[in-house]
Design a protein around this ligand. Structure first.
Ligand code: NAD
Length: 332
């Protein structure tokens, strides 16, 4: 098949080409485009059977209609989430959508842990201080993670992995999930309702998908239910957290620290070098002004193992679609 790859970075190209080479004579033909997929760029996909898209590509109704008019009949998402695809319109147009449901839950769970440890032990501040010859410890005081209560919202593949890491630290783990993972029964955790999780946890980490029902799951009301001074970690999707409400909670001290790998307006910021541009997003600028906030630019997935798995599964999904096999990774 001919596949138009959007939002291509050098690492996408490298790993997709390597996975494609493993197909030998049955290789697909990839065209790599740097622009994000949206209604303005969708025309680049003409003469292609499929597009390969990522988290911040815009697969709304106008984009999907242009793709369908130009012969595209499959979307291979090279990520787990598909909240940026209008599934109703894709179904109506007869476009299939595949995704990579799991590539390395360890990568994301470990990154969530890195955010917790960095915020708690102020590694970001210590790094700068030591480089400037300032070896004072004042302001760097942390706490033992051992014995703390960690609330895990969403206990799917990543949440479960994170639960196990937190148990390894000697934390008490509370979990909330409308459909809790059966594996939790074998672990020393408590499955509770969200209000109890919020009110008892020293650290809350989000691992549930972004759906209309989970949009702004963390808002002024739910932040007020949290333990004063608790940490909030979001490595899932930006839309889960009302950023303005989180800023107010940081200002009042209700929120003790915030670790974000995702941000609700990240589509116009992340994955590009914007170091020579003015930052026009005032909300994001306010976030960066807090010492007790760490933002990483959607890099939790970014490990070698994850990129190998993403590329291999994406190529398999394309094969399955080409061979008329639905495949278990089809969303529709
Ligand atoms: P998963 O589908 O295995 O698990 C999601 C879990 O969330 C399920 O158990 C589900 O029942 C639960 N859930 C659904 N609605 C919920 C709600 N209202 N409250 C609490 N839990 C709810 O998904 P996963 O592979 O563990 O990934 C979780 C999320 O992580 C993805 O949806 C994606 O948005 C995000 N993610 C981020 C990165 C990154 O680089 N930052 C990478 C991969 C995935």
């Amino acid at each position: 098949m001919n596949i138009a790859v959007f939002s291509t970075k050098p690492y996408d190209r490298r790993f997709l080409e390597a996975a494609n080479q493993n197909l030998g004579q049955n290789q697909h033909h990839f065209s790599f485009f740097e622009p994000q997929l949206n209604p303005e760029t969708a025309i680049l996909a003409q003469k292609h059977d499929a597009v390969c898209a990522f988290v911040n590509d815009v697969l709304d109704a106008p984009t999907l209609r242009i793709l369908a008019e130009n012969g595209v009949h499959f979307i291979a998402m090279r990520c787990a989430g598909f909240n940026n695809v209008d599934l109703g319109v894709a179904r109506e147009l007869g476009i299939g959508v595949g995704r990579v449901p799991a590539y390395s839950p360890f990568a994301v769970a470990e990154h969530a842990t890195a955010l917790i440890l960095s915020l708690n032990r102020k590694i970001h501040r210590a790094y700068n201080r030591v480089r400037e010859g300032n070896f004072a410890l004042e302001g760097l005081l942390g706490f033992d993670l051992h014995g703390k209560v960690v609330g895990v919202v969403g206990t799917g593949k990543i949440g479960l992995c994170f639960v196990k890491i937190m148990l390894g630290f000697g934390c008490r783990v509370l979990c909330y999930d409308p459909f809790p993972s059966p594996e939790l029964a074998e672990l020393d955790v408590e499955v509770v309702e969200l209000p109890k999780l919020l009110s008892q946890s020293d650290i809350v980490s989000l691992h549930c998908p972004l759906f209309p029902e989970t949009h702004h799951l963390i808002n002024a009301q739910t932040l007020a239910q949290m333990k004063r001074g608790a940490f909030l970690i979001n490595t899932s999707r930006g839309g889960l957290v009302n950023t303005r409400a989180a800023i107010e909670a940081l200002r009042s001290g209700q929120l003790g620290a915030l670790g974000l790998d995702v941000y609700e307006e990240e589509a116009s910021l992340f994955f590009e070098d914007r170091s020579d541009q003015l930052l026009h997003d005032d909300v994001f600028a306010r976030l960066l002004a807090f010492q007790n906030v760490i933002v990483t630019g959607h890099q939790a997935f970014f490990t070698r193992e994850a990129l190998e798995n993403i590329a291999a599964t994406t190529v398999n999904n394309l094969n399955d679609w080409q061979n008329g096999r639905g495949g278990r990774n089809l969303v529709i």
